[in-house]
Design a binder for this molecule. Sequence first.
Ligand SMILES: Nc1ncnc2c1ncn2[C@@H]1O[C@H](COP(=O)(O)OP(=O)(O)OP(=O)(O)O)[C@@H](O)[C@H]1O
Ligand SMILES: [Zn+2]
Length: 402
Amino acid sequence: MDPGPTEDRLLYTSDYLRYGRQMILDGFGLEGQIKLQRSSAVVVGAGGLGCPALQYLAAAGVGHIGIIDHDKVELSNLQRQVLHSEQMIGKPKAYSAAEAIRRINSGIQVTTLTEMLSPSNALSLLQPYDVILDCTDNAPTRYLLSDTAVRLGKPLVSGAAQKYEGQLCIYNLGQNGPCYRCIFPKPPAPQAVGTCEETGILGAVTGIIGNMQALEAVKLITGLHDGNATLLLFSAISSPPFRSIKLRARQPTCPACGQQGPKPHIIEGTDYVTFCGGARPNWLEQGLIAGSPGERIRVEDLRREMDLQEQYLLIDVRPRTEFGICHLPGSKSIPLSELLAEPATHIPAIRTTKIFVLCRLGNDSQIAAQVFRDLDPNLNVRDVVGGLRAWSQHIDPQFPIY
Ligand SMILES: Nc1ncnc2c1ncn2[C@@H]1O[C@H](COP(=O)(O)OP(=O)(O)OP(=O)(O)O)[C@@H](O)[C@H]1O
Ligand SMILES: [Zn+2]
């Protein structure tokens, strides 16, 4: 039985072995390990970025790790959210991640929170931690985290990843480091930011950024960080894949961290969703309610039309890559982007009695149907409500949802 640390043996005996490989590094040493052990870090979002970040923070021996995530594990998460497993589908991500990192390191304290971070709880939930990691996926939470980090005077290690690309930055670093608002004073339009579900993401890309978030946190805690704020840009398909931009200093006029000091009640008084342009539309629901009835067709009716053996044309307007994943038999691929670029070239091919336009969720198909109507008002065009997702839900459960 290891009696535990003493005055001249500051770690458990087994911890000298466990952490020896990093303790022998110049600039790290026993001192670095003790700093890690006495430190705390909170990871907001236990998804694609949060999982690898948590894995390395736990393995390195950060003494207290907080995990905040309100979501549950889904099958589509497992491609990149590497702490979760098939057995954990349906369970809260915070618990799943906590269990996984406790298996890696039983010597650390792990606190889980299954609440959504919001203006009313952010200060109290993040206050106990030395370093905050932003591993979330939406603009309102990014601004909220930044304002909270400024108010609490803590560094915010922020990661983002989409498609083949990633970004990494530490905000509110030291005395002069800018906050997220300094660099991005205006949020992007809600329709300009897609979720991983909409835009796609390669798992290893989130792995790279999430690992680097853990690395930056370890550097901050152990004093290895040089204190310079830079924005690191990564693209898996560019050469070279990494670029680094030196960030300007804190903006004197910034409402969060500027010279006037934070605007009073900036956290409590901000509706972050409205600030970021309002709630993102629920595309699926929107697809189910928009449009006039004569211009739309439900999947059940499409099925009947297809069975009638009459002439019809079924146009799938998803990108070709998605068409290549799965499509309905007999459907013709005309990607929306190609249709919008050169509408007229597609018109001769579609002079058929009935034209049905289809996409993944039922939104792009509405745009495409309108393009056809604008080209020729006599065309009998209807878009398929709810798209292929609805086809899978109501007609053919074997048709893949992705
Ligand atoms: N305000 C918030 N409070 C707590 N957790 C948050 C907040 N905003 C986002 N998250 C969490 O951040 C994580 C982001 O990870 P990621 O985008 O990889 O997962 P996802 O949302 O499950 O992905 P997908 O878009 O494929 O469904 C999610 O688990 C999400 O629940
Ligand atoms: Zn600022």
